[in-house]
Design a protein around this ligand. Structure first.
Ligand SMILES: [Zn+2]
Length: 331
């Protein structure tokens, strides 16, 4: 097989062949003009696996590591790698967009390429993905919840026909977008808690900045879509998140509530209601457990739900000082 035939058989161009030769693609002569197809395919299979097989599903990688493993572009949501005969999909959940790719059960409904106007299925990487089951191209997925944190989802396959949805673009104009149902080859994994929280914080910031008109328009559009998804049985109800839990014994919590005698230690009002014959109060750790605070009596205090929310929301030093004083007064 000569050079031209190999280029056609691999679906690449001369430039990519040069790069593959530099990576060790075997040729039958010194000047790389003649090739044994079977030998090349055997080499290529191993070459594709190199760097990709080492990735761990659920682990986080940098963009640089993604580019290194797949020899793909460092930019874009759909990155075609001619070197690795792969398509790398980046699913952005960082909270900035109105619509996100959606998980429905264990399928990710991935949004195609094209930021403005109707998306097209027969163009660029939309086409690559749409026809991926008929070609030998392999498709891989990363999810990003926190900027620059690429969580590896593993290899995916197109699980059904791409379908059309009407969604607003960045300027608020409705347009057609394509959704690709993707199925994971590997087992389902959980998103790191910090990444998940970051996406929520960004999302909250974005929506808080909207004026009333924009807020109404976007909320209604999303609400309509969510209702339709429910009717179509395409609802993303939950996502798995990998969470750290700190040890806290109910014994400490119960004791500090008991000695508070139904009175919130911040506002000094009675608990808002009783449950199972006891005043309803929360036990709050003054130095957060997450920040090294101890699960001890002198770091724990009873608050009404209102004040508990206030403490976490405002983190006002005067509130904290008052609680510390209350603890000292107990003795
Ligand atoms: Zn209170």
């Amino acid at each position: 097989m000569n050079r031209r035939e190999l280029i056609a058989a691999l679906g690449i161009n001369g430039e990519v062949l040069e790069k593959l030769l530099a990576e060790g693609l075997p040729s039958r002569d010194e000047i790389a003009m003649n090739f044994d197809y079977d030998e090349v395919m055997k080499w290529r299979k191993e070459y594709v696996r190199l760097g990709i097989d080492q990735l761990l599903v659920g682990a986080t990688y940098s963009n640089h590591e993604v580019v290194n493993a797949f020899k793909c572009s460092p930019q874009g949501g759909m990155r075609r790698s001619r070197m690795k005969n792969a398509l790398v999909l980046i699913s952005d959940h960082t909270g900035k967009a109105l619509y996100e790719d959606r998980w429905i059960g264990d399928e990710l409904h991935y949004t195609g390429m094209g930021q403005e106007g109707d998306q097209q299925l027969d163009k660029s990487q939309n086409k690559t993905l749409a026809t991926s089951n008929e070609t030998d191209i392999r498709v891989f997925l990363f999810e990003v919840y926190k900027e620059k944190h690429y969580v590896y989802a593993g290899e995916v396959t197109l699980a059904g026909e791409p379908y059309v949805k009407l969604e607003a673009d960045a300027k608020g104009n409705m347009r057609k977008v394509y959704k690709f149902p993707l199925l994971l080859k590997d087992k389902f994994y959980a998103i790191p808690e910090d990444d998940w929280k970051r996406a929520t914080i960004v999302r909250e910031k974005v929506v808080k900045r909207l004026d009333s008109t924009n807020l109404e328009q976007k909320a209604k559009a999303l609400s309509e879509r969510n209702k339709q998804d429910q009717l179509d049985d395409k609802r993303d109800a939950y996502r798995l998140v990998r969470k750290r839990e700190f040890f806290r014994d109910p014994l400490i919590a119960e004791y500090v509530k008991d000695i508070a005698q139904g009175v919130c230690q911040l506002c000094e009002k009675n608990a808002p209601f009783e449950t199972r014959g006891k005043p309803f109060l929360h036990a709050h750790h003054i130095e957060y457990l997450a920040q090294g605070g101890a699960d001890s009596i002198d770091n724990c205090i009873a608050l009404c739900p209102n004040c508990h929310a206030r403490i976490h929301e405002l983190e006002d030093k005067r509130d904290k000082d008052k609680l510390l004083m209350k603890v000292r007064e107990r003795k």
